[in-house]
Design a protein around this ligand. Structure first.
Ligand code: PBG
Length: 324
């Protein structure tokens, strides 16, 4: 031990610090979430997520191009329809907002992987992630809506489907639906361990998707549970998921690590809207160094075991990584 061992020897020279750095972020790790709203003339900044927008189809194309130029390779799209109804029919309408966005982005020919979020809450008038019966989300009836949504997103050009609803059996149902419609090559990234979290607040504000009654605790996971996350992961793997996700990221780093040790599938983590807001408002108030704070949190998520990270900071971080 000391004085033979002096760990500080490796910390003096910047190049040596880099040589021995164990975890590094890369542009290729990042997935950029974007909101697209139907019938919007101009993009609107989201008040609770400064720097993020509800995009029109035109501004979405521009933002996707900018992200690709910054080095981002993958987007995940969330749609905000003009009309919401109890069945969330715009989620699976041929000309639904996400379907239009997928076609428009495909036509642009950008070198981007287009991921479609598969969920009902942005499309239902009640704001829940499925079909309502007796004031509860009916699991099996909701599966049909989700399968229709996934298949219609596939038909519109999605490169990967990401179900975020937390119904039981949805990965298997979507896999079967995609296969029988001829989309057996399209992968599924499941939100396998998605917790009922306070950190989705700004997203719900952006998408107008807050539940109109009750909450999501009968389908999203209880924040106290880790073993249950592994049960959810095992189920999704057995049902044919290709990538499993943990969400949110920051308060669930132990879950990310445990999932990484459990499965051979790639593990994704979603640094959600509330995490973005914490950083942005913290930095605006002069409490944290914005750039260092963002990079440190993403690095922590990667060190915990995430192979892929969904983050609203993706293009900006990609720019920093290229510049460094
Ligand atoms: C849809 C969905 C949500 C998020 C991603 N997909 C909201 C929710 O479950 O209420 C949240 C993402 C974020 O907060 O950034 N179910």
């Amino acid at each position: 031990m000391f004085p033979n061992h002096r760990p500080r020897r490796l910390r003096h020279h910047p190049a040596l610090r880099e040589l021995v750095r164990e975890t590094k972020l890369a542009c290729e790790d990042l997935i950029y979430p974007l909101f697209v709203q139907e019938d919007l003339a101009e993009r609107q900044e989201i008040a609770t997520m400064p720097g993020q927008y509800r995009h029109s189809l035109d501004s979405l194309r521009a933002e996707a191009t900018r992200a690709a130029e910054a080095g981002i390779q993958a987007l995940i799209l969330f749609g905000i329809p003009t009309q919401k109804d109890p069945q969330g029919s715009q989620a699976y309408a041929e000309h639904g907002v996400v379907q239009q966005a997928l076609r428009a982005l495909k036509a642009e020919g950008l070198p981007l992987l287009l991921i479609a979020d598969v969920c009902m809450c942005e499309y239902t008038s009640h704001g829940h992630c499925g079909h309502i019966e007796d004031d509860d989300v009916a699991n099996d009836a909701s599966l049909e809506m989700l399968v229709k949504t996934a298949v219609s997103q596939a038909a519109a050009g999605a490169d990967m489907l990401a179900p975020s609803d937390m119904m039981d059996g949805r990965v298997g149902a979507i896999r079967k639906g995609l296969d029988s419609a001829g989309y057996d090559k399209l992968p599924i990234m499941s939100y396998a361990a998605k917790y009922s979290s306070a950190f989705y607040g700004p997203f719900r504000d952006a998408a107008g998707s807050a539940p109109q009654f009750g909450d999501r605790r009968s389908y999203q996971m209880d924040p106290g549970n880790l073993r249950e996350a592994l049960k959810e992961v095992d189920a999704d793997v057995a049902e044919g998921a290709d990538i499993v996700m943990v969400k949110p990221a920051l308060a669930y780093l132990d879950v990310i690590r445990a999932v990484k040790e459990r499965t051979q599938l790639p593990v994704a983590a979603y640094s959600v809207s509330g995490e973005y807001a914490l950083l942005e408002f913290g930095a605006r108030n002069g409490l944290i160094d914005r750039r260092r704070g963002i990079l440190e949190l993403l690095l922590g998520i990667k060190r915990a075991g995430a192979d892929l990270i969904l983050t609203y900071h993706a293009p900006e971080v990609a720019g920093w990584l290229k510049g460094s």
